[in-house]
Design a protein around this ligand. Structure first.
Ligand SMILES: [Fe+2]
Ligand SMILES: [Fe+2]
Length: 257
């Protein structure tokens, strides 16, 4: 199976390039399934039922998220009804939504898991112990398992990749919005990359207007963020996974303007 995994889609410019490119990439790269991180799809912060459904209509099968999942309050009453939208698995028990989904494409079952790191982030449950708790039930259903590990620290992401190597098909990092050049297949057969970058304006500070962020650093006064619009780019990876073994065959970066 060939997956397209798209980095954090930021605001309207990100949604627009997703609508323009995803169906084309599916054809040109013979993609079977698409996963994208949608935590910044609504005005750069959070996701609404409307932006979620707009992105699903672009040909995305499953949307993952991260620390911005609750920024738009209307998502709270919606997430339990929308199984194609995940929130990090390691929120405390009882929190709305779900951290993984078993999906099917062309009669092949596959799983996506969304996990959050906790170094320089909100103190959620341990991501390492959380994945251990759910992997047996997922592995009962399928060997094809893709993880979006939404985290800040490169060390935590790399450690998580090694920790799950051989037990899952692929671990991609999200959250920093900057694509890293370290894609590889680990010895156990897990495709890994520390961050798949963002889908939004490249002329920005991780998707937001440059001057606003510079002013914030200069003054330390909080400002209202505006999504940047110039030089929009779609970042992600294409990952090929052996249907029978669940091991990764290849991983390659994709950056399109
Ligand atoms: Fe993000
Ligand atoms: Fe994030």
């Amino acid at each position: 199976m060939r997956f397209l995994i798209v980095g954090d889609i930021v605001g309207k410019p990100g949604r627009r390039i997703a609508a323009e490119k995803i169906e084309k990439i599916k054809k040109s790269h013979s993609i079977d399934a698409v996963i994208a991180n949608g935590e910044n799809s609504a005005g750069g912060l959070g996701i609404t039922p409307e932006t979620c459904e707009e992105l699903l209509r672009c040909g995305i099968d499953v949307l993952t998220s991260g620390n911005h999942i609750w920024d738009k309050k209307e998502i709270l009453g919606y997430i339990d009804r929308q199984e194609q939208l995940l929130r990090p698995l390691n929120y405390p028990p009882g929190v709305p939504g779900r951290g993984y989904l078993i999906h099917q494409s062309n009669h092949v079952k596959w799983a996506v898991v969304n996990v959050s790191g906790r170094v320089f982030m909100n103190p959620l449950d341990c991501p390492f112990q959380s994945i251990d708790r759910v992997l047996p039930e997922i592995q009962n259903e399928t060997k094809i398992i893709v993880i979006d590990f939404h985290a800040e620290a490169t060390s935590e992401k790399i450690a998580f990749g090694w920790y799950t190597d051989g037990r899952v098909s692929c671990v991609v990092g999200t959250h920093t919005h900057v694509i890293t050049a370290d894609e590889r297949i680990l010895p156990g057969g897990t495709a890994y990359i520390t961050d798949i970058g963002m889908t939004g304006a490249h002329d920005s500070v991780i998707g937001i207007e440059v001057q606003q962020i510079v002013d914030r650093f200069l003054t330390q006064i909080p400002v209202k963020y505006t999504v940047a619009k110039e030089n929009v780019i779609l970042n992600g990876v294409v990952v090929e996974i052996d249907d029978k073994t669940g091991k990764a065959i290849s991983i390659s970066r994709l950056s399109l303007t």
